[in-house]
Design a protein around this ligand. Structure first.
Ligand SMILES: [Ca+2]
Length: 374
């Protein structure tokens, strides 16, 4: 489960960064600000669950630089709730390492590639045909990949999360030191976002990590990539059309190449040799170089010269795939090979079920032999 070990590295980096920011003196943040700073003693009183947390005063100063009055921020934080279950849930996600094949991919895949998920994906597509067509034309992302992201994230809007975002992000920003740096940034983005959109900070609900809407955008992604796709002048990611346009815009902004394939199963001459190679969505090999090592695409993979070598733990051994730039782009949504492969396979299964023509039909899953986009 290489993706979990990369997650481990990511977490350690965040941990180190978090330690660094904790040693920053509050006064450092005030440098160059046009707003009068609140005194270090904190005359702006935050009451409630977050009263007295060390991150609160620096956060209020940080928001002053964004034009928020200290009293305004204090009032919001005073109304936010500290949710212990969120901290417990984050801790349960701690990465584990495995030494041999144990079927991790098979189990992961089974959560998303279900008959229901495929049928509901086709239904979601039919219901939102116009928006999907338009998003696909504007951003160059095939509809099935937009549909699959929304399917994997929220079961097509069925599970968008019921946690108040202000509670989730305040809890993780102030009471979860391991990720405080990241989540206080997201809390800041969230407050700016609610101001920009003209919505009550206590209104939005989503996942316990602060992700919102059908595509589960974090507040910073919301601000940078969400689009108003139905023209009502609001970016409402709980609305299918805006979510569809926003997912497509996110992909295009992260390097999606229109018309290129995403991933293809690889034929491997020597499993032991492949096992010894570095694998994962962030590897880059020349297609010719891999061919020299006995690893070749099992089907058409037109126009792709650089690929990542992907290894999937199927219990009895490992399955190998080649991923293009577009596969890498899917991992910008969630830094995981398994995640991106689940999106890819769900996308293909939905397109197949809908009868959308592609260069090569998938014969069966999971033994997908080939694919190509026109
Ligand atoms: Ca809209």
């Amino acid at each position: 489960m290489r993706f979990l070990s990369s997650l481990g590295i990511l977490l350690s980096v965040i941990l180190v960064a978090g330690c660094g920011s904790q040693s920053t003196r509050p006064g450092d943040i005030s440098e160059g600000s046009a707003y009068p700073m609140i005194p270090a003693s904190g005359s702006v009183a935050v009451t409630g669950d977050f009263a007295g947390y060390p991150g609160v005063d620096p956060f209020i100063r940080r928001m002053q630089q964004q034009g928020f009055a200290p009293n305004q921020v204090a009032a919001i934080l005073s109304g936010a709730k500290r949710e212990q279950w969120i901290i417990d849930a984050m801790d349960r996600q701690a990465p584990r390492r495995s030494t041999g094949p144990n079927g991790a991919w098979t189990r992961y895949r089974a959560k998303f590639l279900t008959p229901d998920n495929i049928a509901n994906g086709v239904r979601f597509w039919q219901k939102n045909e116009a928006a999907l067509k338009q998003a696909s034309a504007r951003y160059g992302v095939p509809p099935e990949y937009i549909v699959a992201i929304i399917g994997v994230e929220t079961r097509y809007g069925g599970y968008v999360g019921k946690t108040r975002i202000v509670d989730a992000l305040s809890t993780l920003a102030f009471a979860y030191p391991r990720r405080a740096d990241y989540f206080s940034g997201e809390l800041a983005s969230f407050l700016v976002m609610t101001r920009e959109e003209g919505i009550d900070p206590f209104g939005p609900r989503g996942s316990y990590a602060g992700a919102m809407g059908l595509g589960q955008f974090m507040p910073s992604s919301f601000r940078d990539y969400a689009v108003d796709f139905d023209g009502d002048r609001h970016r409402n990611l709980w609305h299918p059309a805006d979510a569809i346009g926003s997912v497509a815009n996110y992909f295009k902004s992260h390097g999606w190449q229109a018309g290129e394939p995403v991933a293809v199963r690889a034929k491997v001459q020597s499993p032991a040799a492949a096992r010894a190679m570095k694998t994962g969505y962030d590897t880059r090999y020349g297609v010719k170089e891999l061919a020299g090592r006995g690893i070749v695409p099992a089907g058409a993979f037109r126009g792709v010269s650089k690929v990542s070598l992907l290894e999937l733990d199927v219990g009895t051994g490992y399955e190998y795939w080649l991923g293009s730039q577009n596969f890498y782009t899917i991992t910008r949504y969630n830094h995981s090979t398994y995640y991106a492969m689940a999106v890819h396979q769900l996308a293909r299964a939905i397109a197949d079920r809908k009868g959308v023509p592609s260069g090569a039909r998938l014969s069966s899953l999971p033994d997908v032999a080939s694919e190509a986009r026109l």
